[in-house]
Each structure stands twice: as C-alpha cells, then as structure tokens.
Design a protein around this ligand. Structure first.
Ligand SMILES: [Zn+2]
Length: 132
C-alpha cells in the first residue's frame, strides 16, 4: 500500500465543495500571500489571517519547461492562474491531451501525487482544465 503525505500541509484543504487553496491575508495592508506566510512581504506586519482562495481559476499564461528539475522530467508545464479573488498564483499545470492551454480558460484545482519518496506519494496542488 502506498502512503501519501502533503508537500506542505498548509497549502490546501478539502471542503464539501472540493479542495481549496489556502493563503494568508495581511490584517494591516491586505496583501495576500500564497503559500500562507507568517510575515507580510509587503509591509512586514505579523498580523496575518488565513483565507481560502478557492478551487477554481482562470489561466493567465503557461509555458513548458524543457529542462528537468529534481522531481520533474523535462516537458512539464507551469504557469500563472488568476483566482476568483484576483490573486495570481504560480502553479504546476497538468494539460489535458485533447485541450490546449489557452489564456482565459477555466481551470480547477487538483491535489495529486507529484513524485514518490521512499514509497510515499508526495501530494501537492496543480491546476487542470475544467471542462464544466
Ligand atoms: Zn502587509
């Protein structure tokens, strides 16, 4: 049996409506940090409140990386998406074979195994095309 562990426990949670990304909003200046932070990068305040970003997004732009990284073979896709509240998130993307990624297309959050470490699936977020 394969066990699973989250790459970062504080970046997503499951809700009755599906998964949502988690972030923090600065109580002082309103800056939103993803992943959640303990110190605001905009004003250095420490009064941050956890918020949900949601599980749907719109593709802003994407690119295919042709150089391998520690956990991904060459040919993986990353990009920026816009969350319903307007926040822009840099994220892995999982294109569908039959659906080219185009700016403005609707995406949905997926929590999936990204790689294995000693028989444990390391799970994290990525966005996939949302045909709905
Ligand atoms: Zn701030």
């Amino acid at each position: 049996m394969t066990t699973q562990t989250a790459l970062r426990e504080d970046t997503f949670r499951e809700t009755p409506d599906g998964f949502t990304l988690l972030a923090s909003r600065c109580h002082h200046c309103g800056h939103v940090s993803f992943p959640p932070a303990t110190l605001c990068v905009a004003c250095r305040a420490e009064a941050l409140k956890p918020i949900d970003l949601g599980g749907r997004a719109e593709l802003l732009c994407s690119t295919t990386v042709h150089m391998p990284s520690e956990h991904f073979a060459a040919g993986y896709t990353v990009g920026y998406v816009t969350m319903p509240g307007g926040q822009r998130i840099f994220t892995p993307l999982a294109p569908a074979d039959d659906t080219p990624l185009t700016p403005g297309m609707p995406l949905k959050l997926e929590i999936a195994a990204m790689w294995q470490d000693d028989g444990t699936d390391i799970v994290a977020h990525r966005f996939v095309p949302d045909p709905a």
